[in-house]
Design a protein around this ligand. Sequence first.
Ligand code: NAD
Length: 355
Amino acid sequence: MDIQPIQVDGYEKVVRCRDPKSGLHAIIAIHDTTLGPSLGGMRMLPYANEEDALFDVLRLAKGMTYKSAVAETGLGGGKSVVIGDPAKKSRELFLAMGKFVDSLGGKYITAEDMNIGIEDLEIVRSVTKWVTGLKRESGSSGNPSPYTARGCVIGMRAMLEEAFGSPSFAGRKILIQGVGAVGGRMAEMLREQGAKVAICDMNAARVAELSSKFGYEAVPDDRHLDAECDVYSPCARGATLNDQTIPRLRCKVVAGCANNQLLEERHADKLRERGIAYAPDYVINAGGIINVGCELLPGGYKEANALERIDRIYPNLKKVLEISRKEGISTHKAAARLAESRLAEGKARTTAARS
Ligand code: NAD
């Protein structure tokens, strides 16, 4: 196994592993550990080349630093990518990946991400303890989706308050695009709290099933942007906020769990120009990472700790909205400012402790 550093400005540590025996070719990026060890998922994709994989892992690791800083998980940001075809996974590959993760001595802690399942992580766990998000029965935090859903619903309250002066869901129409693990759970919670829930999904059968079971309004996925609502909640995929969609939105708030909702950062400014309050995705969808992060607290994972911390998404979004208003900037930029100020405070604490 050959592990080599890659020099990247602004990153604490980036390492590449090549292991001819298992076929492993992977990169781990540790962006920043000021606030704690870096935690971020492992993804596997058939990247065209190492350059593409490096671009992806660097972008994602930095994103994790910001997400954790705003969510106050006590963690830093990191990520790992396995370069290869997910159809060709093997036990040897994940044993080698486990050794690679272990070589960083806990500065990088891994979890699930695209094309990586719990069964893969269990193999990784057999050679390193720096793995989170395994099954609840093994003392780990289990499936993050219900916690992400809870955080989104709590965060939506801050957004409603901003747009309508009240955090109440009663009578508010919420359109959820993507009723999968997170969106489906959010729909249930919102219905229980008095919202009028409308749903759409590329999976029409799922929409039909949930609508008849819970009485949600079913909206055709290809026409969902024409549907008037108070909150549009993208919970399916990224890049749904772009030049084509933003002028068509008929809502006052955008707040959903999908990652990377903005096609480009400037689209947050476009939303602001239209008077639409946008909940930065990585702030409102942090419930899952907060839940996983609780595995690392002294005494191990306790759900009560996780729930209390997830509820802090509400005051965090309030802070983001306040910065946005005071400084006249998009909520996306405001969230970055909040993350950077927490990192600066963390750095100042470290320096003070050393001197
Ligand atoms: P999921 O796969 O369970 O559900 C996604 C749903 O969206 C499915 O029902 C799917 O049919 C639908 N969908 C996918 N592409 C679509 C499209 N182009 N148009 C319409 N519908 C489409 O996924 P999930 O775990 O619920 O996650 C949803 C989003 O939230 C993803 O972007 C994910 O990265 C993000 N996210 C999830 C978590 C978590 O804890 N699961 C945490 C943070 C962020």
